[in-house]
Design a protein around this ligand. Structure first.
Ligand code: MLT
Length: 321
């Protein structure tokens, strides 16, 4: 029986080495079959996932030899961390490895929305040349509202400052005298005030019960009609039905969604809207970030299976079972 299960698409040199040195079941679609995953885990000592495998309490109960769940990414919302901790299983993750890539994508989406780049590209390759229709707005002098001023939020601020944007931030965990705010000359605002002040709002919060549907009808109503919304965090942070009506009714000017409530999403009315950009959760998908992420997860799995502590853990450094 395999010692390590990989239930999503995770490829790279470090994974090749891991597969060479251990008995690995590499099954990138296994996340779609929870019963098969559970059966595969009966003897396994490690599980490596991205964000699509639901690692539930039932799964921990059915995996008595499991020592580590290694998350190739930063969000651990797909893992029942409390159940992992009470089962004595390490949850490792990669908190910093893809932060630059996500921040760069957020900035890319900001530019793409402000200048209608995807829509204008589609127009040009269809033979069009209507420059008036794709008139954009500058980012210089605009206010960027960053919701979640952690690592990715701050990297986004740094890049936006280079465009001459003013920064406001909302973050329930940050004090108003936090050095990070001074560094970016950023004002800390309550979320409602940030939404009213910002020309562009970018979301960088983890998914928790408090952030589920954080952007809902009421909060969209507080935003400027000209505002742009960018979500590269988690789909569930935005109430998609509210956003859809907000966009259709031009309550806000545009939105870019890299993440969706269900991934991959079913076809929806978003697909036909001209003021929306949709991506298939690409934030972390750069060669550089993926190399760092996969090196880190393979390193921590190797360490834990060799009886040593994980270096980047979310709950406990060593298994307690
Ligand atoms: C992350 O949480 O690291 C990114 O959203 C990428 C992913 O979920 O795989």
């Amino acid at each position: 029986m395999p010692e390590i299960i990989v239930s999503e698409n995770i490829i790279g040199a470090a994974m090749d080495r891991l597969r060479h040195e251990h008995d690995v079941l590499y099954s990138p679609h296994l996340w779609q079959s929870p019963d098969e995953l559970q059966a595969a885990l009966v003897e396994a000592r490690a599980l490596i996932v991205r964000n699509q495998t639901k690692v539930t309490a039932e799964l921990f109960a059915a995996a008595p030899h499991l020592k580590i769940v290694a998350r190739a990414g930063v969000g651990v919302d797909n893992i029942d961390v409390a159940a992992a901790t009470s089962a004595g299983v390490v949850v490792s993750y990669t908190p910093a490895a893809n932060a630059v890539s996500v921040a760069e994508l957020a900035v890319g989406l900001m530019l793409a929305l402000a200048r209608h780049i995807p829509q204008a590209h589609a127009h040009a390759i269809a033979g069009g040349w209507n420059r008036q229709r794709y008139m954009g707005t500058e980012l210089a002098g605009r206010t960027l509202g960053i919701v979640g001023f952690g690592r990715i939020g701050q990297l986004t601020a740094e890049r936006a400052q280079a465009f001459g944007m003013k920064i406001v931030a909302a973050d329930a965990l940050l004090a108003s005298d936090a050095p990070a705010l001074a560094k970016f000359d950023a004002r800390l605002l309550p979320l409602e005030e940030l939404l009213a002040a910002a020309d562009v709002v970018t979301l960088h919060v983890p998914l928790t019960p408090d952030t589920n549907n954080l952007i809902n009808t009421d909060r969209l109503a507080r935003m400027k009609h000209s505002a742009l919304l960018i979500n590269t965090s988690r789909g569930e942070v935005v109430d998609e039905a509210s956003l859809l009506s907000g966009l259709k009714d031009h309550k806000i000017a545009g939105a870019a969604l890299d993440v969706r409530r269900t991934e991959p999403p079913a076809p929806s009315e978003f697909d036909a809207l001209q003021n929306v950009i949709l991506l298939p959760h690409l934030g972390a998908f750069t060669f550089e970030a993926q190399e760092r992420v996969i090196d880190a997860v393979c390193r921590d799995v190797t360490l834990v299976l060799a009886g040593q502590p994980a270096l980047e853990y979310f709950n406990i450094p060593e298994p307690r079972r």
